[in-house]
Design a protein around this ligand. Structure first.
Ligand code: ARG
Length: 632
């Protein structure tokens, strides 16, 4: 990436003046000579701030180079060294100067920027960063290490059976999908795991309620689950699972008999009773269909491996903790594990012998490390579960499944989605918002805005493209509104703001992207310049030449792409990519307003620059899980 390339140049320059200086500084060459993006672009593109601390160290050890009396003097030597390198030694930086107390400021060479854009056009894709920051070691998996070094488990979405997916699950789903795409993009072997809540105590009452309300349904064996509900077999026709859940709960609370039988069902189910299992499976199937509707709409791919999967793996885990003497038995008989820095323990087995959320997660983490051989685990849930995961991680460390420097464990704990009133996001009647309704609303608002555009004669799409375009934009808007911020923050859900055509929204970006492609299209239609053919290499080798300042600035922003990916890999927060693509689109809009593209002498080069930008934007959309459209 550009940041690393610039850092390497500074490191080489410092090394040439004071051999061994970098090693002296400790923390590796990157740390000592790290390049920074200049805050004020009038002063430069990249700067090195190492002269100040290096001066202090050299002064202390009495090894200052002759004639150096201040950090500025040292900075001047560094600048001279950068300036004295040949283009082969330093293809990246030029125009070094010294600023302030000893900052070395540089420009990025135009040739380097031109090469970057030409590479995008040649490859049809932005240059991919290869570096992966995993295992806490900040180094890419080495070739000698086992292939499992590539395995990352991302536990996301994870709704609960027989309950409606709510906005919290939507956040997990949106963030998780993007995190998976980013990790896959840098070459990781990502296991997308849907840790569905399919094994809680709620099943006792649900099973009982289903038995009583749908006595006709035969829960017989080999049903493929495709049958329609009203034939008396296969799926019961439960249209509203939330309603079903509520009714079951009401009976549970009102009838002591029902309650007793329900609790018995839980024990039966967990012990493997056939009838209970069959009914349980029906309930899961019905729920699954609902979840899948949302996943299909949002292009989510995630593999179900719910809590029930770990049920038979829990006893061995408890044994292992027991053998290591790490279990403390509470007064009632519950088996607990205490971990450092936490007063509350993890409960591996309840006093009645049952297993709960903690038990399952310990079995799951064991499985992921041991069977899936993952080196990196990511969990994405709301922030209220932060303590739970801290304990799970600490327990895994305590028993030795996890080793510092080898494994990396992340919990992304996201904030709450609020309504415009600042409270938890609810419908007007106070119910939780159904995800399908929420998505429908985004699409229908987008449809009317597209139709309005059409009546103003500004649409480039026909009526039968409206729905598909509105889906791409509406879903994209919902996703981007979530992804563009630090996930740990709360946010206020607002259709008006997420669907705004101005500002940092998906709508603005999708329009900006379509505008670039429409310029490319006009280039071909009106001026006979075929960018696709040029990219296919039909008409010789076209090259991008940067002449105007806004062209250069756009090319510089294109070079930041890899940096933004590397930044994202550190904390797995996709907003770095949002920030990047938004800044890129601003640079692009400056370029197309300041530079004439169509009909100008530089038309070929500029059309290619438009295309390179569009390609990079599409890559970002894809990493965010957002569909792009070529015309709006
Ligand atoms: N089903 C849980 C919920 O809805 C989330 C599960 C997260 N994953 C995990 N391994 N605990 O809150």
């Amino acid at each position: 990436s550009l940041l690393r390339a610039a850092s390497a140049v500074f490191a080489a320059a410092i090394e040439s003046i004071v051999p061994g200086a970098i090693a002296l500084g400790g923390g590796g060459s990157d740390a000592a000579a790290r390049a920074f993006r200049c805050k004020d672009v009038r002063h430069g593109d990249y700067q090195c701030n190492a002269a100040m601390s290096l001066f202090k160290r050299l002064e202390a050890s009495g090894s200052l180079p002759p004639g150096v009396d201040s950090p500025q003097d040292l900075a001047r030597l560094v600048a001279d060294a950068v300036g004295g390198m040949t283009e082969k030694e330093n293809p990246v930086l030029c125009e070094p100067s010294v600023n302030g107390p000893g900052f070395v400021m540089c420009r990025v060479r135009s040739s380097f920027l031109e090469d970057g854009v030409n590479d995008i056009v040649r490859d049809g894709a932005p240059t991919r960063p290869r570096r992966y920051v995993g295992g806490g070691t900040d180094s890419p998996p080495s070739s000698s290490s086992s292939p499992s070094d590539n395995v990352v488990v991302v536990d996301f979405s994870s709704p609960n059976i027989a309950k409606e997916m709510h906005v919290g699950h939507l956040r997990s789903t949106i963030i998780g999908e993007s995190v998976c795409r980013i990790l896959e993009y840098v070459g990781m072997d990502v296991r997308r795991v849907n840790h569905v809540g399919d094994w809680g105590t709620q099943f006792g009452m649900l099973i009982q309620y289903l038995k009583e309300e749908y006595p006709d349904v035969s829960y017989g064996g080999n049903d493929d689950g495709e049958g329609d509900g009203d034939k008396g077999s296969g799926m019961p026709n439960i249209t509203d699972l939330t309603e079903f859940y509520k009714n079951a709960k009401r009976r549970f609370d009102e009838s002591p008999d029902f309650k007793k039988i329900s609790q018995l069902n839980v024990v039966r189910l967990q012990a493997g009773d056939e009838e209970c299992l069959r009914i349980w499976k029906v309930l899961c199937d019905v729920s699954r269909l609902e979840f899948e509707k949302v996943y299909r709409r949002l292009d989510i791919s995630v593999e179900e491996c719910g809590e029930s999967f770990y049920n038979d793996k829990i006893p061995a885990v408890i044994d292992e903790f027991e053998m290591r003497g790490m279990i403390s038995v509470e007064d009632g008989g519950a088996k607990c594990v205490f971990v450092p820095h936490s007063k509350v323990p993890l409960m591996l087995q309840k006093s009645d012998g049952g297993y709960g959320y903690d038990s399952t997660d310990m079995a799951a983490i064991r499985y992921r490390l041991d069977v899936l051989r993952a080196r990196h685990l990511v969990y994405i849930t709301d922030f209220t579960q932060a303590d739970h995961f801290k304990m799970v991680f600490a327990a895994a460390k305590k028993i030795g499944w996890v080793t510092d420097g080898v494994h990396r464990l992340d919990h992304i704990g996201f904030g709450t989605v609020q309504g415009e009133d600042g409270k938890r996001f609810k419908t007007r009647s106070g119910d939780t918002v159904r995800l399908v309704d929420l998505l429908d609303e985004a699409v229908s608002r987008m449809e009317s805005s597209l139709r309005e555009r059409a009546t103003e004669g500004r649409a480039n799409i026909s009526e039968d493209e409206v729905h598909e375009t509105a889906c791409a934009m509406g879903y994209g808007a919902v996703k981007y509104f979530d992804l563009r911020r630090n996930p740990t923050s709360n946010y206020v859900f607002s259709y008006d703001r997420m669907l705004d055509t101005k500002g940092n929204t998906a709508i603005y970006l999708l329009y900006a992207h379509a505008r670039l492609e429409s310029i490319v299209t006009k280039g071909k239609a009106d001026h006979g310049i075929d960018v696709d053919a040029m990219m296919a290499g039909d008409g010789g080798k076209p090259r991008i030449v940067l002449s105007h300042k806004s062209e250069r600035n756009l090319a510089l922003h294109l070079r930041f792409f890899a940096d933004s990916i590397e930044e994202t890999l550190k904390d797995l927060f996709p907003y770095h990519i949002c920030d990047f693509v938004y800044d890129l689109s601003i640079a692009a809009s400056e370029f197309v307003t300041q530079c004439k593209v169509l009909g100008s002498p530089e038309m070929e080069s500029r059309l290619l620059l438009c295309r390179a930008t569009a390609i990079t934007m599409r890559q970002c959309f894809d990493l965010l899980g957002i569909r792009h459209v070529m015309r709006i």
